[in-house]
Design a protein around this ligand. Structure first.
Ligand code: L34
Length: 284
């Protein structure tokens, strides 16, 4: 088995499995429906939303992309979401972030009905994750869930392992900590006030780097044989760099994700998984 975790291939396998499931759902009467809303024309967002659209259509989902001008008012955006909340053909609603400064992201996220929040950002969904409610309908954020799927598919054990997460964002750091905790890892979350970062990463069996600083996690910070998951996507001089210095970290690691081709494609596959889950919940 290769040391490099092929997120692109794993994501593809998952999408193909979902495609078969969607064939059955169509026979039952209705394909899953995903609506992605994008405001403005941030080039990175353009790339990500078109990748989401393509992935959805390829596996037989109904997908629509709604693009709005940068100057759309908050009220107009909230009204649009309200329409989607009430549209029985829409199982999943995703509003691509970031939003322009005049729109309050929190307000927009909270306006999506939790049972269509396939991003898993609504406080109902994060609350159910953080309080360990496993039986309620609960969507988990796509990037954190994608990390768990990567570990599962690579046969990496989580139970009893030391997992150190670098970064405490609401979108990655905090939710991935809870998903790992739920699977019985001993979890440490590091951030800008952490006294000795190297000491924390060095004793980890699993390191998740999600800070958004190019190549800040170097090989000397990794324990021999550890698993390294790089969530960073930093554009530097037209190149994509992770938060991990790949070449040095690879020497120490037993397994490592590349950037690109690691966690990124899994984020999109998990959006598909969550939308299929929503379709099953909502029925025909
Ligand atoms: N609402 N906003 C909402 N949901 C999300 O889940 C996202 N995110 C983040 C930005 N805003 C969002 C994404 O979709 C980041 N993100 C995302 C998704 C996919 C990829 C990267 C970020 C991805 O597939 N990256 C490729 C490289 C693509 C390229 O060339 O730029 C990779 O292989 O890592």
């Amino acid at each position: 088995m290769s040391k490099i975790i092929d997120g692109k291939q794993i994501a593809k396998n998952i999408r193909m499995e979902l495609k078969e499931e969607i064939t059955d759902l169509k026979e039952e009467g209705r394909a899953p429906g995903l609506t992605v809303v994008m405001v403005g024309n941030n080039p990175a967002s353009e790339t990500y939303v078109s990748m989401k659209e393509k992935a959805a259509l390829e596996i037989g989902m109904n997908s629509s992309l709604i693009k709005k001008e940068e100057d759309i008012s908050e009220k107009e955006l909230l009204d649009l979401i309200d329409d989607l909340n009430n549209d029985p053909d829409v199982d999943g609603i995703l509003v691509q972030l970031p939003l322009p400064d005049h729109i309050e992201e929190k307000k927009v996220i909270e306006s999506i009905v939790p049972d269509k929040d396939v991003d898993g950002f609504h406080p109902i969904n994060t609350g159910r994750l953080f309080s360990g409610q496993e039986d309620a309908l609960r969507y988990e954020a796509c990037t954190p869930l994608g990390i768990i799927r990567l570990l599962e598919r690579e046969g990496i054990e989580i139970d009893g392992k030391n997992a150190t997460i670098v970064g405490r964002s609401n979108i990655v750091g905090k939710p991935v900590a809870h998903l790992l905790l739920e699977r019985h890892a001993t979890v440490t979350i590091c951030h800008s006030h952490t006294k000795d970062l190297k000491a924390e990463t060095k004793r980890a069996d699993i390191v998740v780097a999600a800070v958004g600083r190019p190549e800040m996690i170097t090989g000397d910070m990794i324990k021999e044989g550890a698993v390294v998951i790089d969530v960073g996507i930093n554009r530097v001089d037209g190149k994509l760099l992770g938060d991990v210095e790949f070449d040095t970290a690879k020497e120490a690691a037993s397994k490592i994700t590349p950037v690109p081709g690691g966690v990124g494609p899994m984020t999109i596959a998990m959006l598909m998984e969550n939308t299929v889950k929503s379709r099953k919940y909502h029925g025909v």
